[in-house]
Design a protein around this ligand. Structure first.
Ligand SMILES: [Zn+2]
Length: 359
């Protein structure tokens, strides 16, 4: 662990401690300095690695913005102006997932908020702190030196300890990436619970039918349940897709493909399984073809072919999100025999086939 890593990690922990003590003005000071220091570190590293024309451009812009002062003597606002002008987050070395996440924020706006919160009352400062913190967590993780959890172990792997912020006074847990309230279930608990509701509905309804018609009725009821699951997933996906679209509007330069990629990264980051898009989108003629592949789909975890399959929920969810992101109607198909991991024990993935809906 080098001294700078330890310094940043300690500052992050200090911020959380002060925040939990509800000293929001002090917390604003802490996060302001932390933001300055992590940006400075990323800038210094990017500059050290730059060569040729990029190096010259960096030195020229630094002189324009900082004059002759060294980097230890500049304000956060000046540093943000430099990041903005040179697009430092684009040229710095870092983790691609976090780079994409960082693009969803406006650095200049965040720095304004941070400056403002230094002069605000506790209550007003509190409003901005989590937004600034979410950005700082993504910066620390992007830089790769400091794990977002504060674990400074330098071994790189694709396993991260995911941080959600829990307020012990209110019992509310927040995902720092989108600042919304989240709850945590064991994956199996959630799907067992929903599966149980479905099985009970089938049994209860069947009890009212003539046993002679049973086979036919089981299929009909299961079909109705799948429609309900799909519509429920669709509503949830549609709401989430709309919220994401609003977030993305602040970043006009994101292509449809980048938006889909960011959505996949988001839902992967909350542990639903690994979403990968294998989609080809032609925005101009409103066409989409391909599939969304979900590895380790939590809805089929520890399920056998005898359990009620919940993939219609995911199918509707994917349709809802994609329609909001793309701005046109799509069809999503998920066939048990060929696309679902629950019915194909050797398959690690659930494939959701996507095409534009015919008019
Ligand atoms: Zn499936």
């Amino acid at each position: 662990m080098n001294p700078q890593e330890s310094h940043l990690s300690e500052a992050r922990k200090r911020f959380l401690t002060i925040y939990r003590q509800e000293k929001y003005k002090d917390a604003a000071n802490e996060i302001h300095n932390l933001l300055l220091n992590i940006l400075l570190k990323i800038y210094t590293e990017a500059k050290a690695k730059a060569t040729g024309g990029i190096r010259e451009e960096i030195e020229k812009t630094q002189l324009e913005i900082f004059g002759g002062r060294d980097t230890n003597n500049i304000s956060l606002k000046e540093l943000a102006a430099l990041f903005h002008k040179l697009n430092i987050l684009e040229i710095a070395e870092g983790n691609e997932t976090d780079r994409n996440l960082l693009k969803a924020f406006s650095l200049m706006e965040l720095v304004d908020l941070s400056e403002q919160s230094l002069h605000d009352s506790d209550d007003r400062a509190k409003k901005y702190l989590f937004t600034i913190y979410a950005f700082v967590v993504a910066l620390l993780s992007f830089n790769g030196e400091v794990d977002p959890t504060g674990d400074t172990s330098s071994t790189k792997s694709n396993i991260i300890d995911r941080t959600f912020s829990l307020n012990l006074d209110t019992g509310i847990m927040v995902n720092p990436h989108d600042l919304t309230r989240n709850v945590s279930f064991k994956a199996v608990t959630f799907s067992v619970m929903i599966g149980h509701i479905c099985t009970q509905v089938v049994n209860k309804v069947l009890a009212e039918y003539n046993p002679a018609d049973l086979g036919q009725n089981v299929r009909q009821i299961e079909e109705s349940l799948n429609t309900i699951l799909s519509e429920s997933g669709y509503n949830a996906g549609s709401n989430f897709g709309e919220a994401l679209t609003k977030d993305f509007q602040r970043e006009a330069q994101l292509s449809l493909h980048q938006k889909i990629k960011l959505w996949c990264e988001f839902d992967t980051s909350v542990g639903w399984g690994k979403f990968e898009d294998e989609l080809i989108v032609d925005e101009s003629i409103k066409r989409v073809q391909g599939k969304v592949v979900l590895q380790s789909n939590f809805l089929v975890a520890e399920k056998t072919r005898l359990d009620f399959n919940l993939c219609s929920l995911m199918k509707g969810y994917i349709k809802g999100v994609l329609e909001k992101l793309l701005g046109f109607s799509v069809n999503v198909e998920h066939k048990r025999d060929s696309n679902c991991a629950q019915f194909n024990p050797d398959k690690q993935f659930c494939d959701f086939l996507v095409s534009e809906a015919l008019p």
